[in-house]
Design a protein around this ligand. Structure first.
Ligand code: AVJ
Length: 330
């Protein structure tokens, strides 16, 4: 008998309305970003097509890039205690990437017999699908779901919870401008019940040379990751950037306590971005800002929590104080 193609209602990967309109919002964001003066900018979430995800993976293995392995060390040691403090039955990860670190928590919850569900929210649909499939295979007793979306706008897609531990790892919170943190924290508070936990990975203020090296690796992987955002514009918006017209630049702004990544034009050029109905003209030396990566201390981080409905319950660092895991509660 002929089989109709099926649209499964319980499809583990739900497309958000926003993801269906992803191209429209990308166009609007790219137009607005590139129109900014004196410094045009691009939203860093557009690094992460499949090549960008692979390059980020490569970055996490670089000797200079301490955040990934430092956080892994903290979580390997403290995931059990965090799980005991929150007693969750659902683990959620925002910006889950390859979803490796979430396993410390899933394993601890499963060991205690509490595991019911796992939800991932990730902008890269390919990474999301792969993670959902792998986790469902490895944890068949759990409901595993995914939302292809943006943690800055799509948290409501997680639905009502309770018994939830939400993870936001890797220092990704550093990609939000400090002024955006209060509204983001309020949004997160909106998907948490009073007993729930929100675990945030926070990259810490430290020696400038170490920060600089982490974003200027000797193999040039970060440079290639940075230039990849132009390839994404070429692929998705039909733009005609030559990534090799740009130099990678990353520097620490010690006053603002953030790393800034930029692409600097090597020559004067004009790029067409047909899908966005716009062109970008740059002189040699002009720059496009592609990423902020904010660094915090316990004090500057706690200050951003005030009045948001979230409180800092635990602050765990590695012995060298390179990175922190902050457990927040409503
Ligand atoms: C996505 C925030 C974890 O800022 O360290 C790595 C991305 N950019 N190298 C960071 C990144 C350049 C990264 N996070």
């Amino acid at each position: 008998m002929h089989q109709e193609p099926q649209v499964r209602q319980g499809d583990a990967v739900r497309r958000t309305r926003r993801a269906a309109q992803a191209l429209d919002s990308m166009i609007a964001e790219v137009r607005a970003g590139l129109a900014r003066r004196p410094l045009p900018e691009l939203p860093c979430k557009y690094f992460y097509d499949e090549r960008g995800c692979a390059l980020f993976e490569e970055i996490t293995r670089l000797p200079e890039y301490y955040p990934a392995r430092t956080e892994t060390g903290i979580l390997a040691e403290h995931a059990d205690a965090i799980v005991d403090a929150v007693a969750p039955c659902e683990i959620v990860e925002l910006g889950s990437g390859t979803s490796r670190k979430i396993r410390f928590f899933i394993d601890a919850v499963r060991f205690r017999g509490w595991l019911e569900s796992i939800q991932l929210l990730e902008i890269s649909e390919a990474a999301l699908r792969a993670s959902v499939a792998r986790l469902q295979h490895d944890y068949p007793e759990a409901r595993v779901g995914g939302v292809a979306g943006d943690f800055a706008s799509d948290l409501a897609e997680l639905g009502p919870g309770g018994g939830r531990l939400v993870l936001f790892l890797a220092g990704t919170i550093g990609n939000l401008h400090p002024q955006e943190l209060p509204s983001f924290f309020r949004e997160v508070a909106g998907v948490l019940e009073p007993e729930d936990g929100f675990l945030v990975g926070v990259d810490l203020v430290k020696d400038e040379a170490r920060l600089h090296a982490a974003y200027n690796d000797s193999l040039g992987v970060t440079a290639e990751f940075n230039r990849n955002i132009l390839r994404v514009l070429n692929d998705r918006l039909g733009a005609d950037f030559d990534p090799w017209d740009f130099d990678h630049r990353a520097f620490y702004d010690s006053e603002r306590q953030w790393i800034e990544m930029r692409l600097r034009a090597r020559r004067s050029l004009t790029a067409q971005i047909p899908a966005a109905g716009t062109t970008l003209s740059l002189q040699a030396g002009d720059e496009i800002r592609t990423e902020l990566s904010c660094k915090y201390t316990r004090e500057t981080f706690a200050a951003r929590l005030r009045g948001t409905g979230l409180e800092l319950e635990r602050w765990i660092t590695d012995p060298q104080c390179l990175f922190a895991s902050a457990l927040l509660r409503r």
